[in-house]
Design a protein. Structure first.
Length: 224
């Protein structure tokens, strides 16, 4: 398991690195947002530990950039807990946070929990395979391309099959802007239509993305 540590304070970075390595992770580190993104684009990581206050480009921007191309778990490290809802929430897309100052054991515990919970392995249902790392769908050996928003919608629902998501929840997870309700409904419906067209053999009788009348959508949990 490989972790990218982004932290501009040398002491903290060294502590994070040392404890993660001691727990068996291999670690790359970076002290600013820009070089962190460079590393991220060139390597494959299982998790990113990201300081919020960074020179060049702050943690929020780095996280947003990462989310454009990957669903890798991101843990934000910050002393500014008042903004944390937004950061860990749907808008920025971090998976969790650690409050500074933290103890190394908290750090390790959190990393392990997130890796277990988000385990960004490929999801396989019926004859489709969803690869969050490369953001592609594979159906019977054929790669299907979706837009980032469509991929995020499908992945979010597929991660929790059977759970009904309202249209507004779906848009939140897909990191779109806030939209008026009527536009929101039409936007989600349009995305779902495109996803179905891409992955379903018969988009009119979907097997994967099911409509729950009056509520929203869910990923079929009865697929074999
Ligand atoms: Ca900092």
């Amino acid at each position: 398991m490989k972790i990218l540590v982004v932290e501009d304070e040398d002491t903290i970075r060294e502590v994070e690195k040392a404890y993660l390595q001691r727990s068996g992770y291999s670690v790359d580190d970076s002290c600013d947002g820009k070089s962190a993104l460079d590393l991220f684009k060139k390597n494959k990581y299982d998790l990113v530990l990201l300081d919020l206050n960074l020179p060049e480009m702050d943690g929020v921007e780095v996280c947003k950039e990462i989310r454009k191309v990957s669903q890798v778990p991101v843990i934000m490290v910050t002393a500014r807990v008042e903004e944390i809802d937004e950061i860990v929430g749907l808008e920025i897309g971090a998976d969790d946070y650690i409050k500074k100052p933290f103890s190394p054991s908290v750090l390790i515990a959190r990393v392990q929990t997130i890796l277990r919970r988000t385990g960004h392995e490929t999801i396989e249902f019926g004859d489709i395979l969803i690869d969050p790392e490369r953001m592609i769908i594979n159906k019977k050996g054929k790669e299907i391309e979706l837009t980032t928003t469509q991929f995020n919608i499908l992945y979010t629902l597929a991660k929790r099959p059977g759970k009904v998501f309202t249209r507004s929840e779906i848009l939140d997870y897909a990191y779109d802007e806030t939209l008026p309700n009527d536009v929101l409904d039409r936007t989600v419906d349009a995305h779902v239509k495109s996803i179905r067209k891409a992955i379903e053999s018969n988009p009119k009788k979907p097997r994967y993305l099911l409509t729950v009348i009056g509520k929203g959508y869910k990923f079929n949990d009865e697929l074999k």
